[in-house]
Design a protein around this ligand. Structure first.
Ligand code: PTJ
Length: 274
């Protein structure tokens, strides 16, 4: 289907098209389409923009990734399909960031597809196509990781992650930075630094913040981050947006029909003198 760039939902429809094609090729699983739909709904409620609170979280994420000894970004089918270019930009800004394929629905073919989508997006070095280690206590395939990557990472950036693994990574003492549009998801709730933003916007903003930060001579540090405040801000943004939308949609009070005398006690429109 040909899309007109003038369509009011052009950007969203284009990403859907990308995901639908990636699903047809096997890169994205059907569950990935459902996950995207859920993400889209939250993005809609958040106003489809990076909130000031998410931008602040993205600045801290850049700082943590720069301060890390062994930072890793975990890439699944959805992220590879829509954000490979953004991952490449992030690696240009943070050159010691390792890019690891990590799949919930893991097959050798899908792992290779994710790696080639990343390479097509401009990522030169990808690990994790072959899993060489296991995160203890995790039953899913997400436990299968690369010994050179997530297994030894001190900071893990996990866009579109599942709650179990976010918790398992934290239990291993790693700092977890999540990117998830749902502030209520278990991933957002358990991450050390939950970023409630759309993955492409978030990765672009982290890269921009890292580029800016590198211009300063101050040493990089694990600056504190209030995750409860960040999640509260996201929920408050959704709440304010919905409250405003509901107020706009509320019907104006009914006017009495022309020629009819207003019923006694009708507020506002009576011309009777007191
Ligand atoms: O490629 P695989 O096999 O690793 O599978 C990937 C999926 C996404 C299917 C898998 O990780 C999964 O099932 O994820 P969940 O548990 O559905 O969580 C995905 C979360 O990402 C949800 O909370 C969505 O709201 C959120 N999300 C979806 N799209 C975006 C998003 N967050 C940010 N940006 C998006 N574009």
């Amino acid at each position: 289907m040909r899309l007109s760039p003038r369509h009011p939902r052009y950007a969203s429809l284009r990403v859907r098209g990308q995901l639908a094609r990636a699903h047809a090729s096997g890169l994205v699983v059907p569950e990935g389409l459902i996950a995207h739909g859920r993400g889209e709904a939250f993005d809609y409620f958040l106003g489809e923009r990076t909130t000031p609170s998410a931008r602040a979280a993205e600045r801290v994420a850049a700082e943590w990734l720069l301060a890390a000894e062994h930072p890793v970004v975990s890439v699944n089918g959805n992220v590879a399909a829509i954000a490979s270019g953004e991952v490449a930009r992030l690696v240009r800004a943070i050159p010691h960031l390792e890019v690891e394929v990590n799949l919930f629905h893991r097959t050798g073919t899908r792992a290779r597809q994710v790696a080639s989508a990343l390479r097509a997006g401009g990522v030169a070095h990808v690990i994790g196509v072959r899993a060489t280690a296991r995160i203890p206590g995790l039953p899913s395939d997400r436990a299968r990781v690369d010994r050179r990557g997530i297994y030894v990472a001190d900071v893990c950036l996990v866009p579109l992650e599942d709650g179990d693994r976010a918790e398992a990574l934290r239990d291993l003492g790693k700092r977890v930075i999540s990117v998830d549009l749902n502030p209520l998801s278990r991933t957002s709730q358990s991450a050390d630094l939950p970023i409630v933003d759309e993955v492409r916007r978030a990765l672009r903003e982290i890269a921009r913040a890292a580029e800016r930060r590198k211009r300063s001579a101050a040493p990089f540090a694990f600056v504190p981050f209030d995750r409860y405040a960040a999640l509260g801000d996201a929920l408050a943004t959704i709440d304010r947006g919905l409250t405003r939308a509901a107020a706009r949609r509320r019907r104006p009070p009914r006017r009495p029909r022309a020629g009819r005398r207003p019923a006694p006690g009708t507020p506002g429109r009576s011309r009777r003198t007191p």
